[in-house]
Design a protein around this ligand. Structure first.
Ligand code: C5P
Length: 244
């Protein structure tokens, strides 16, 4: 199996959660999001190494926080977790992650803020890569009607909802393709957007509502409730399930 390296951008300083702490280090159910995200990646059994990208002042904190990740990801050997320094924009942080893992065959780029992402979703993305897809994203049907508007807020169009999808992470890529996409970065909002501009087909696999991005205080409440009522159980249980 060719090496899959997970890149975890966790260097955002966004304060939309209303917390002074950088978002990925805010605790959900007592555990910082970045740790939950890394445990989920390892529990998928599909990742050989993890590179976590953090703000410079949190390298030591992150290294300590992640040094006790003891999950082995099923039958795989222990998964090393490396911590590197990110940048001002998410794309800078992903670029730092790519540079830290030049030997990867595939990258899975996974937002730390999608802390409750089920390991099974991560395994689906990796499996599609191993089966030959160059670029893979998890996608969910859109439940709201989506409209485009002009600068004055006047509606300019209503795309057919049947052809719209909300895209989650991890987004998976053949390593050479993602490196090429980042060489021409001109500000896409997701990694697959950069790849699309190269004219490469991006495949979708089924996403999962639990892979939502924890962005607002409402999201944080939802994540806490999901952990508290057992809808989303600790990933150690998933690791055993994947191993069987
Ligand atoms: O801010 P946003 O929700 O788009 O962030 C998505 C993910 O990218 C988060 O996990 C965040 O920590 C990460 N990020 C980063 N470096 C930045 C900005 C965001 O690693 N400069």
């Amino acid at each position: 199996m060719r090496p899959v390296v997970a890149l975890v951008p966790a260097a955002g300083r966004g304060v939309r959660l209303g917390e002074p702490t950088p978002k990925a280090f805010v605790a959900v159910g007592g555990t910082p999001m970045v740790r939950l995200a890394v445990d989920g990646l390892i529990a998928s059994g599909a990742v050989h190494r993890v590179v976590v990208v953090v703000p410079a002042e949190l390298v030591e904190t992150a290294t300590t926080l992640l040094s006790t990740t003891s999950l082995t990801g099923g039958s795989m050997p222990p998964v090393p977790v490396h911590v590197v320094v990110g940048g001002a924009e998410r794309t800078d942080s992903v670029r730092a992650g790519i540079a830290a893992a030049p030997d990867a065959a595939f990258y899975l780029v996974h937002d730390a803020a999608r802390a409750l992402t089920p390991p099974e979703l991560i395994a689906r993305v990796a499996a599609a890569l191993q089966a030959g897809s160059q670029a893979v994203v998890p996608a969910l049907p859109v439940v709201d009607t989506v409209k485009s508007v002009d600068d004055a807020g006047i509606v300019t169009g209503t795309p057919d909802r049947a052809h719209l999808r909300a895209i989650q992470t991890p987004q998976g890529f053949a390593a050479d393709l993602l490196r090429r996409a980042y060489a021409t970065d001109d500000g896409a909002t997701d990694d697959a957007g950069l790849v699309e501009r190269l004219g490469v087909a991006v495949r979708t696999v089924p996403g999962d509502p639990l892979a939502f991005k924890i962005t607002t205080p409402l999201d944080l409440h939802l994540a806490e409730a999901l952990l508290a009522d057992g809808t989303r159980s600790p990933v150690a249980g998933h690791a055993q399930a994947v191993a069987r």
